[in-house]
Design a protein around this ligand. Structure first.
Ligand SMILES: Cc1cc2nc3c(=O)[nH]c(=O)nc-3n(C[C@H](O)[C@H](O)[C@H](O)COP(=O)(O)OP(=O)(O)OC[C@H]3O[C@@H](n4cnc5c(N)ncnc54)[C@H](O)[C@@H]3O)c2cc1C
Length: 370
């Protein structure tokens, strides 16, 4: 028979968001145990992204994405400085390839300002070619507060904070199912040593699997669970030198930000992610998608040589809105009032900018859980 444990807070999922939530709760004096299904934390979506610190330009003003991205970005830069986490505020250029796209940049600039991002400005084609001689465009929006970060060092710092504040992280521990019982939540945890846990607070931060975790909680009103959609994004690495010193984005496409140029902290360039709506989780990168990449990238970097792109990796965006709804959709963070249970907090659709927003999401969840 499985052992039964009585705990205060259980976080389901050890990606960057679950870790940030566990860190915040542990620092608030709560007893925290984080359960991770995989053999290590941070190995799913948190290991399959662009590692960009987003400024907060794109998201609808007043949305959770806009608020938590801007607040999270400021906290993240501060935290990186305090903890010596490798990062660089390298800036980014959103490039318009036509006069029509310039109209979009003007709207984006106003939206950024309304979101509290006050450092963006437009430059013309001449200024663009002075700043980035290999990049072509009609105009560009400059975002100086966009940056890049070593996300694994960030997650390691969160783990250090969790453990320093008495929290525990247990890997190889998938939550299989659960039920609401006498003001608590009982969870059955699988793995090598199955266990049953009773917790006063459960935070579902299971990323792509958050919907399934909620569906398997007996007693949860299923109408509280939003719809689930997955949008895969593939990356291709560039052989040779990066064509720019900062990040280069086109104007966004439905479901994603467009095939952009990101740099890692060593200055190596990769392109992506594109958007492919999928039903199942599969991280293979189909080499034939390169064709779409060459044409998308040559709109802003005409000199990209044939054969310079190599398949790299992919990630899958958990989304609450599918292609029929334009592929947008906000983060969904349900506190006890929305889940209908005093001890259950559920997070759905934590796609980009979840990495940037992670510290702010942690704070929001801790407030909801009080
Ligand atoms: C292609 C792509 C590019 C992105 N680029 C950026 C970017 O540049 N900047 C940015 O800010 N954000 C970006 N994001 C978003 C960011 O990566 C995510 O928001 C963030 O990683 C989500 O973290 P998470 O902890 O919610 O999910 P995850 O990292 O997926 O973690 C969830 C964890 O839950 C575990 N789990 C699942 N089921 C169970 C269970 N039953 N029991 C126990 N554990 C379970 C999983 O194993 C996993 O480790 C991008 C996302 C994608 C897909």
């Amino acid at each position: 028979m499985a052992e039964e444990l009585d705990l205060d807070c259980v976080i389901v999922g050890g990606g960057v968001v679950g870790l940030a939530v566990a860190r915040e709760l542990a620092m608030n004096g709560r007893e925290v145990v984080l359960l991770e299904a995989e053999p290590m934390t941070g190995s799913v979506t948190s290991a399959r992204n662009s590692e960009v610190i987003h400024a907060g330009l794109y998201y609808a003003t007043g949305s959770l994405k806009a608020k938590l991205c801007v607040a999270g970005k400021h906290r993240l830069y501060e935290y990186c400085r305090e903890r010596n986490i490798p990062h660089r505020a390298c800036g980014k250029l959103v490039v318009a390839s036509s006069e029509q796209e310039l109209r979009y940049l003007e709207k984006l600039s106003s939206q950024a300002e309304a979101n509290g991002v006050e450092d963006c400005y437009l430059i013309d084609a001449v200024e663009l070619s002075v700043r980035e001689p290999q990049i072509r465009g009609f105009a560009a929006l400059v975002s100086p507060s966009t940056g890049i970060i070593d996300s694994h060092s960030l997650m390691q710092a969160y783990i250090t904070d969790i453990e320093a504040n008495g929290g525990a992280i247990v890997c190889n521990s998938p939550v299989i199912e659960g039920e609401f019982a006498e003001g608590k939540i009982r969870l059955s945890v699988g793995g090598r040593d199955p266990v049953v846990i009773q917790a006063r607070l459960v935070v579902n931060a299971a990323g792509l699997n958050a919907w399934t975790v909620s569906e398997r909680l007996l007693g949860l009103n299923v109408n509280t669970i939003p719809s689930r959609h997955y949008a895969k994004g593939c990356y291709f690495a560039l052989t040779g030198r990066a064509p720019a010193k900062q990040l280069i984005y086109p104007v966004p496409e439905p479901g994603g930000l467009g095939v952009h140029l990101t740099l890692d902290l060593a200055g190596q360039a990769r392109f992506g992610p594109d958007v492919e709506w999928v039903d199942a989780i599969d991280y293979d990168v189909d080499a034939s998608r390169a064709q779409g990449f060459y044409s998308a990238i040559r709109r802003y970097w005409p000199d990209l040589a044939d054969g310079a792109l190599q398949p790299a990796y992919s990630g899958i965006r958990p989304k609450i809105a599918g292609p029929d709804a334009g592929g947008g959709g906000d983060f969904v963070i349900q506190g006890p009032e929305q889940t209908g249970h005093p001890g259950y907090v559920a997070l759905y659709g934590i796609e980009s900018p979840g990495l940037t927003a992670s510290l702010a999401i942690g704070q929001k969840v801790a407030r909801l859980a009080k």
